[in-house]
Design a binder for this molecule. Sequence first.
Ligand code: FE2
Length: 470
Amino acid sequence: MGCVRGSGLFSLVLVLGLVLINWVIFCNGSITSSFVRKLEKTIDMPLESDVFRVPPGYNAPQQVHITQGDVEGKAVIVSWVTPKTPGSNTVLYWEENSSKKLKAQGKSKTYKFYDYTSGYIHHCTIRNLEHDTKYYYVVGVGQTERKFWFFTPPETGPDVPYTFGLIGDLGQSFDSNITLTHYEKSPIKGQAVLFVGDLSYADQYPNHDNNRWDTWGRFVERSTAYQPWIWTAGNHELDFAPELGETRPFKPFMHRYRTPYRASGSPEPFWYSIKRGPAYIIVLASYSAYGKYTPQFKWLEKEFPKVNRTETPWLIVLMHAPWYNSFDYHYMEGETMRVMYEPWFVKNKVDVVFAGHVHAYERSERVSNIAYNIVNGICSPVKDQSAPVYITIGDGGNLEGLATKLTEPQPKYSAFRESSFGHAIFSIKNRTHAHYGWHRNQDGYAVEADTMWFNNRFWHPVDDSPSSDS
Ligand SMILES: [Fe+2]
């Protein structure tokens, strides 16, 4: 009897304990996920890994990647590397079901970084493409030819569905490979990747071993050759190494990865904008000057009035260093940019901001922190239905490992946070709704560990916080 009574008491204490834990976790609607990833060291894949394999054939093009080549989505920049000789700069391309082959001419260049000399890096812009069309393309013309394909986006319009993948801080570890595989195998297919910075992490190797830029290019080719990745520059693209005599920031990144910055009136490749289907995407540079009167500031000031929400209802911003981050790592590193630009984001009703840098996942409430004026003391973020949701998706899986230290208690602005690797999918359905899902690498391909139905801030600006459902 005594034993039974004892176990009843134990059960009561257990239930009360669980209620208390739930209350602690869920008060204010903030969730620190209870999922605990088994912590293992994040290790880069060795050079002989199959994902780094050099394609067969003499001087075969490798590291093939595409990105959008204009503002409207009717141009594509095709890039590739030939290792031994320059080879042809020509891209052959044709519409599916058409026998008429077209040609575009690019250029190639090499660069040196300390004791490393690159292969011949080719960039070729294909223009005047039809919207919503499948194209095949061939590089390596006249030597070892390799054929790929891509789809152009539908014409910009308010109710054109379009699905973006979100990947950040990818690197080239075993975990990076799992992230990319999960993105590829997701039953909801991304049509373009919004990449929020930190690509290869070659700078973590002795002398910034640029061979690791090459391996990264070969690793991601299975996706980047077939769908555009929209690039954001992160701190690991800086490759600023005065100790090696390398004093020109972003040298490897600029040679290897192109952006269509001139088309949107930007003077630098690190900040620019594109339209793609129903979305207007502004890419900002956390590691270029952004203070008042700087080129980036002046460009962004002119950029917001260009956004026509009747044409592109969804206003998305990409940057590397997050403004709202409640992990210990990189805490408040985005603060100075936030102070400069947040009022514009709220005034212009940005729908969502995606950032990387912190190697974990976090989604914010719709909050703003723009009321403070030095003397009034109003310096806490408040719920604001004109403000974006801030999502940190720097959880691609690079060799630096996970950010596991959290600031406590979880700030009210933080809706969901978890130290796991993964990727996300932002699927725009029409002018009012978009479905968002974050996928954790430890789950099955179809599992969404955090979801949210976004209500467009211009067309349907009602509270869409999942925590407001209850
Ligand atoms: Fe970073």
